[in-house]
Design a protein around this ligand. Structure first.
Ligand SMILES: Nc1ncnc2c1ncn2[C@@H]1O[C@H](COP(=O)(O)OP(=O)(O)OP(=O)(O)O)[C@@H](O)[C@H]1O
Length: 292
């Protein structure tokens, strides 16, 4: 499977602060990828490295087969603060986009502005936060990029606008074969649209995989209290909590857990992400339980 983003040992430090550490990833082409993690985990840093706005401190990154550089017409990037020019009208933004981008699709841009009910003569500075986000997305997709990078694109949108935005994005990506990487804290939204998930915690990649496969291999086990190390080989305990009498584990395992004293449930994506975030917060390290 071809990759749109390949990183090896990718590390970014700002002075003494490490924003991204030893990150090795293969983001498959033609997918909608969710990028999640707590505040400060390194999501924006990874997206900015991907579009060439930042350069690595160590390690390598290749995007669409080349070293990323700013201004690439092959990459559309919508930053977290959805930058637009307050004094320019929407129509002027579109003209600016057409001037800068050889593959600019004016009909797509105008059609989207009309669908959103926005007046092309309106100055961007007078738009609401959600409307600015929609304008920024329109500018990014009208470039007809091969890869679309969106940093918390739905944060400013109301629930209905969010659903419409995500449905529109999926339809667009499927129709044009565009790869999308989208960061968000709204994991339930991502579960509806993403088929690949990356979880960053404490500057490190904790999960990188196909959503279906992740949901199929993670389980919540509940049973009488015991030491999780009795689970056997090949089981990665992501999160463990105990009362006096009961243990609850979130486990990653390819083989079924055949001990009948455990009750096993599937997780949704939000539970899965929270398990990785909670465990990292509590212990800050992996706990892989292998029987020797
Ligand atoms: N320009 C900068 N100078 C110094 N430190 C920075 C800079 N940008 C980010 N950082 C630090 O790098 C770390 C990762 O930040 P980043 O913005 O990538 O996280 P994030 O996962 O996108 O967070 P959020 O969900 O809050 O947007 C944080 O500790 C942040 O304080």
């Amino acid at each position: 499977m071809s990759s749109v983003i390949t990183t090896t040992g990718l590390t970014k430090r700002y002075g003494r602060r490490t924003a991204l550490s030893d990150c090795t990833l293969h983001v498959p082409a033609g997918h909608v990828v969710g990028l999640v993690g707590p505040n400060g985990a390194g999501k924006s840093t990874l997206l900015q490295l991907t579009c060439g706005l930042l350069t690595p401190t160590a390690g390598t990154i290749e995007v669409l087969g080349e070293t990323p550089h700013t201004g690439s017409p092959r990459i559309g990037f919508v930053a977290q603060d959805t930058p637009v020019y307050g004094n320019l009208t929407i129509a002027e933004h579109l003209r600016f986009g057409a001037h800068l981008n050889p593959g600019w699709d004016q009909a797509l841009a105008e059609g989207r502005i009309a669908e959103l009910g926005l007046d092309p003569a309106q100055r961007a500075g007078k738009l609401s936060g959600g409307q600015r986000a929609q304008l920024a997305l329109t500018l990014a997709i009208a470039k007809r990029p091969e890869l679309l990078l969106l940093d918390e694109p739905v944060a400013a949108l109301d629930p209905l606008a969010r659903r419409e935005f995500l449905q529109g994005l999926m339809a667009y990506a499927a129709e044009h074969g565009t790869s999308v990487v989208m960061s968000s804290h709204l994991v339930a939204d991502l579960e509806r649209v993403c088929d690949h998930l990356i979880v960053l915690v404490n500057s490190r990649v904790r999960v990188d995989g196909d959503v279906e496969e992740l949901l199929g291999t993670h389980h919540r086990l509940t049973g009488p209290r015991r030491d999780p190390s009795t689970l056997g080989p090949g089981r990665h305990v992501v999160q463990a909590s105990h009362t006096d009498v009961q243990s609850t584990l979130v486990v990653r395992s390819t083989a079924p857990v055949d001990d009948p004293t455990w009750a096993s449930d599937r997780l949704d994506l939000e539970d899965l992400v929270l398990a990785y975030m909670t465990e990292a917060g509590a212990h800050g390290r992996d706990r892989v339980l292998e029987k020797r």
